[in-house]
Ligand binder design. Structure first.
Ligand SMILES: [Zn+2]
Length: 313
């Protein structure tokens, strides 16, 4: 029942559909589906309409998120069984969640611990080893590249020249990546941040294929809906961590990060079971296998993407 949820369109109430001239019996045309909207809308009507259209900000958005979070696997079933009108479409939901997450990730402040290390996902900490104290050349180059990338600032000229000279002796396939980290860390970072959402989006159908290998005898779109809904939850959980960074309190960030990182596998297990049914053990086993294959796929895609971005610069 979309009609009840859409904010009351300015009371135009034409007698016939403006699109196909069929007589109107409700807020939507029974023949062509067009909503009964006033011709020549005012700017305000247009804005309200566009906002409701894009965001589903008419109750559908809240209903969708609530169902997704509280009833793992249920949203996918709802779509498959045809109860769709009260929810935002999976694709739009994914795009919104991805946009929100990457906006937060790009704007959230770095949370630094007392010793100057940076929190990543709230958990990983980048060691801040000085360039000269590491023994091997590979470590020296790697650390310099990581520090420069992390600081988003190119190294000082002298240090930079010596590192670039060392990079010239590194394995050829690693050179573009290392060099770009040293010479243009900010641009490299930006390039990766721009490519990452596209890469994850492109991997959705791949994830669905992997799931299909383990849950046979179902149609592919079911796996695709499931993949989308699961990824949306992951974006929501990671967004919470990014949000917590705005408090600039490392202990709080660590707690929120731990909760969301633990929450993801727990949710995934419940979602697999909620959508596909079957025993907990069977779902867990398949989930671990799916997770391992997908992580390996993501790692390959990620390395390829980083390499590609480093070549573009
Ligand atoms: Zn019509």
């Amino acid at each position: 029942m979309v009609s009840a949820d859409i904010p009351a369109a300015p009371a135009s109430r034409q007698a016939t559909c403006l699109n196909c001239h069929a007589p109107l019996t409700g807020p939507f045309c029974a023949e062509c589906g067009q909503r009964d909207i006033p011709p020549y809308p005012s700017v305000r009507e247009l804005a309200v309409d566009a906002f409701a259209e894009v965001s589903g900000w008419d109750g559908r958005f809240a209903t969708t998120i609530r169902t997704l979070v509280r009833r793992p696997g249920r949203l996918t079933r709802e779509f498959l069984e045809g109860r769709r009108a009260r929810y935002i479409s999976p694709l739009r939901l994914y795009l919104i969640a991805s946009l929100v997450y990457f906006l937060l990730a790009a704007t959230a402040p770095d949370v630094r611990l007392d010793d100057g290390r940076t929190m990543f996902l709230g958990l990983r900490v980048t060691p801040n080893i000085s360039v000269d104290s590491t023994p091997s050349r590979a470590q020296r180059v790697g650390t310099a590249a990581a520090n420069s990338f992390d600081a988003r600032q190119p190294l000082q000229q002298a240090a930079r020249d010596s590192i670039l000279a060392e990079i010239a002796r590194a394995p050829a396939f690693m050179q573009p990546f290392l060099r770009r980290s040293i010479t243009d860390p900010a641009g490299f970072r930006r390039g990766i941040l721009e490519a990452l959402p596209r890469m994850l989006f492109a991997l959705l159908p791949v994830f669905a294929v992997i799931v299909a290998l383990f849950y046979r005898g179902r149609k592919y779109p079911e796996h695709l809906y499931f993949a989308i809904h699961l990824h949306v939850f992951v974006f929501l959980a990671l967004s919470l961590t990014e949000l917590s960074k705005f408090t600039a309190k490392p202990p709080l960030v660590a707690v929120v990060a731990a909760i969301s990182l633990l929450g993801i596998p727990v949710y995934a297990t419940l979602a697999f079971r909620g959508n596909y049914g079957g025993s907990l053990l069977m779902n867990l086993t398949k989930e671990i296998a799916i997770g391992a294959i997908y992580l390996a796929t993501c790692a390959v895609a990620f390395i390829t993407m980083i390499y590609w971005v480093s070549l573009l610069g």
